[in-house]
Ligand binder design. Sequence first.
Ligand SMILES: Cc1cc2nc3c(=O)[nH]c(=O)nc-3n(C[C@H](O)[C@H](O)[C@H](O)COP(=O)(O)OP(=O)(O)OC[C@H]3O[C@@H](n4cnc5c(N)ncnc54)[C@H](O)[C@@H]3O)c2cc1C
Ligand SMILES: NC(=O)C1=CN([C@@H]2O[C@H](COP(=O)(O)OP(=O)(O)OC[C@H]3O[C@@H](n4cnc5c(N)ncnc54)[C@H](OP(=O)(O)O)[C@@H]3O)[C@@H](O)[C@H]2O)C=CC1
Length: 487
Amino acid sequence: MEDLFGDFVIVGGGIAAVSCAQELSSLVPANASIIVVSAHALVKAASNWRQVGRVAESFDVTEQKATSIFADYPNITVVPAKVASLDYSSKCVRLDGGGVVRFKKLCIATGARPKMQFESDFVLAIRDTETVKTFQRRLKDAKRIVIVGNGGIATELVYGLRNVDIIWAVKHSSISATFFDAGAGQFFLPELMQPSHDNEATAMKRLKYTTDSPAVDTAASPSITGSALGPDWSTNVEIKGAAMGRHVRVVYGVELDAIVSPADFRGSQSRITPLPTEFEEKQEWNVYVKLSNGEIYGCDLIVSAIGVDPNSELWTDGNPTLKVASDGGLEVNEQMETSLSGVYAAGDVCTTGWSPAPHWMQMRLWTQARQMGAYAARCMAASNPMQLDICFEIFTHVTSFFGLKVILLGKYNGQGLGAGCHALLRVQNGEEYVKVLVEDGRVHGAVLVGETDLEETLENLILNQTDISHIEDGLLDPSIDIEDYFD
Ligand SMILES: Cc1cc2nc3c(=O)[nH]c(=O)nc-3n(C[C@H](O)[C@H](O)[C@H](O)COP(=O)(O)OP(=O)(O)OC[C@H]3O[C@@H](n4cnc5c(N)ncnc54)[C@H](O)[C@@H]3O)c2cc1C
Ligand SMILES: NC(=O)C1=CN([C@@H]2O[C@H](COP(=O)(O)OP(=O)(O)OC[C@H]3O[C@@H](n4cnc5c(N)ncnc54)[C@H](OP(=O)(O)O)[C@@H]3O)[C@@H](O)[C@H]2O)C=CC1
């Protein structure tokens, strides 16, 4: 392949790379060349973008061929290839299998991959369409699975799985701790214990998949996944096992201690932990897990959902001055620029290095990937430093869990708030859970589950740090229209 040159080169095919390329295309002169190098022929783009508050947003996601997503962007060229290395002194990226793409400015958006604590044929992780297909195939014959992790993926899986018994091993004393406190965890528990869920009824049908094959054989390059899944993936695909129904046991306060083969288990003096009789039993399971509290369970499959590691090594190899944060992400400044001048990063691969606004924190989420990609584009196109975008003023996350709309705002879990912080609560079993965190007469965070219609007002109260002491008692009273107070 002949050498290519782009004024702007973006590496990745996820939401961060695509939003960066689209935004750049609208900002730079028509004769400026933009090259997107993506290991996967399918890329992800946001569509049907909706403003939920001043900053909060929601959107659908489409996964399509890169060539069709960029069809209306004449200055964007797609190079379907895996980047093998960065040669910063020559200002180029080298491609796997030969070829060089030179750049004036580079944006790295290579995402992240599942963190793996144990490698075994029976341990699966979920990241992209390919890993979901593998999971579906392996799940078909499974009667019991163990899920490790207490964040987004584990929560979606435990809710969405059908016809399989589930042992859910969580590190914390309540479920879904990445997103919810113990009270909200309790609110969701009855949903979790349902024998099955009508996924058809709850599905929002927002994620649209196509079925083209990858540009690069991802099975042969296991370190490269496709773009990460996003909203509602678990309600749009059938995740069904081979058991008669589903039963869930949550084991609190544990991590995975060891994975034991059937032969080793047989040879040991260990005993499996008894389960209620409604759980299906087997003479011998594919694999056994030992939890940190000593409990042992047999299962057919283990899903590890313990977070992600940024795909940054490829970039740091040979570039010792490229700064990496303690979580493995490429550290970026307020201009989304890494420690290498002219090299930017966005999305899951990066870690923000600036002092965050009091109500914002980085989480590796779809919205932040989109916002960072678009903002990185503006920084790359600008001739002077940009003022930090308002999206970094307040953390917002619009999603759904357990079939209910969920909106998280600011320090929604009390992150970093002091002892003087207290919560206002409004709970309607099965329908609505509202928690507002107040300190010094100001709102600092909120968890809104269900159709609460409170998101815009609460987002404004957090952004403006309005004094609510005089109306605090009535703030969540459904008979009072709080918007009237602040108009
Ligand atoms: C199962 C699951 C469900 C999720 N659900 C939600 C949700 O409901 N809401 C939410 O906000 N977030 C969700 N997330 C998180 C969200 O999907 C990610 O934060 C977001 O997609 C990150 O986007 P990204 O563009 O930074 O990275 P990615 O989507 O990981 O994209 C990285 C891209 O880089 C490419 N790439 C990697 N290495 C190379 C290379 N060497 N050369 C060329 N290309 C390369 C990959 O093929 C990929 O296309 C979910 C994640 C998962 C795994
Ligand atoms: N609807 C949504 O918003 C969704 C978002 N996602 C995103 O996708 C990405 C991947 O999801 P996921 O893997 O669930 O990651 P998350 O970061 O959401 O959750 C990881 C969970 O695993 C726990 N954990 C970490 N290490 C261990 C360990 N060794 N043993 C047991 N538990 C451990 C974490 O606890 P602790 O934090 O205390 O270490 C945390 O509860 C994340 O960025 C997530 O935000 C995924 C699905 C849905």
